[in-house]
Write a protein that binds this ligand. Structure first.
Ligand code: ATP
Length: 141
């Protein structure tokens, strides 16, 4: 019996599939969700959601949000979310560099907190993008 995982942001639906397992970055630590998991509502940290579907893993970067488990449905309401293949790694690296500069020049706690949050988002994107399956340079023989 699979789990129905839906990941949405205010902008769009990022992911909607039947999967075998979901591993998500809960605020209190990594959260593994299998079918028949108890109902749960938790806050997410910036990081990656890993899913396995027929032995194949996929990864989605999230910047935070909420995760709810209810019956065999897992709903993620994410601040932002991107599937590995959607991530522009150069953009994330540039955002990371800008945020690091903002950390050193921050004049208020709010500036600092925003810059640190941006660093965490960018790092999660970079990590997820680096783990996506390499594209084959030549077609298989
Ligand atoms: P940037 O400074 O590059 O905009 P950011 O961390 O400020 O980065 P967010 O505000 O978190 O960006 O996201 C804005 C929108 O852009 C969201 O829809 C998010 O999914 C998308 N997004 C942000 N960074 C990337 C990326 N590197 N690749 C693909 N989509 C991205």
């Amino acid at each position: 019996m699979p789990i129905r995982l839906e990941i949405v942001t205010v902008e769009r639906q990022v992911y909607a599939e039947d999967v075998d397992i979901v591993v998500a970055p809960g605020i209190d630590g990594e959260l593994g969700i299998l079918p028949r998991h108890a109902p749960l509502l938790t806050v997410l940290r910036p990081g990656e959601i890993m899913v396995r579907q027929d032995g194949e893993e996929s990864i989605i970067a999230v910047s935070g949000g909420f995760l709810e488990v209810l019956g065999d449905r897992v709903i993620v309401l994410a601040d932002t979310a991107e599937r590995a293949d959607e991530i522009d790694i150069e953009r994330a690296e540039e955002a990371l560099k800008r945020a690091e500069e903002r950390v050193s020049s921050a004049v208020s706690d709010v500036d600092l907190e925003r810059a640190l949050a941006s660093i965490r988002r960018s790092q999660a994107r970079i990590k997820v993008a680096r783990r996506r399956r390499p594209r084959r340079a030549t077609p298989p023989a």
